[in-house]
Write a protein that binds this ligand. Structure first.
Ligand SMILES: [Cu+2]
Length: 123
């Protein structure tokens, strides 16, 4: 292989690494970008925290947020979204669906004691 071939090969490897890093890094930040149009379905895993903890939705979207609680730790037995006046019990090892319209802005959600945190970003 000529030096040029090596350059192209290394360039390709660098791009692949960058793309992988980008997707892995997004996962690490716990960002979920939901699709636009109609109701937006998002599932949040509840186990020692919220995953993803940051949910991005289009502003004004009707959101169907499913909390999939896979623990019976009392900490997470309730979820609160103050901006939407929501306070709901989450049964252990079950899914609980909440529906609301995501007004523009960042809306916090947390456990009943305010120890676990997440946010819904509508923009
Ligand atoms: Cu808690």
């Amino acid at each position: 292989m000529s030096p040029l071939d090596w350059g192209i090969a290394l360039g390709a490897i660098a791009i692949i690494a960058l793309v992988n890093w980008y997707f892995l890094a997004s996962k690490g930040r716990g960002v979920a970008v939901a699709a636009t149009g109609g109701a937006v379905d998002v599932t949040v895993l509840v186990e020692g925290g919220y995953s993803p903890s940051r949910i991005e939705v289009p502003a004004g979207a009707k959101v169907r947020l499913t909390f999939d609680r896979r623990e019976d730790n009392p900490c997470s037995e309730e979820v609160v979204i103050p901006d939407f006046g929501i306070r709901r019990g989450l049964p252990a090892h079950a899914k609980t669906v909440l529906e609301f319209t995501a007004t523009p802005g960042t809306h916090e959600f947390k456990c009943g004691m305010g120890m676990l945190h997440g946010s819904i970003v509508a923009k």
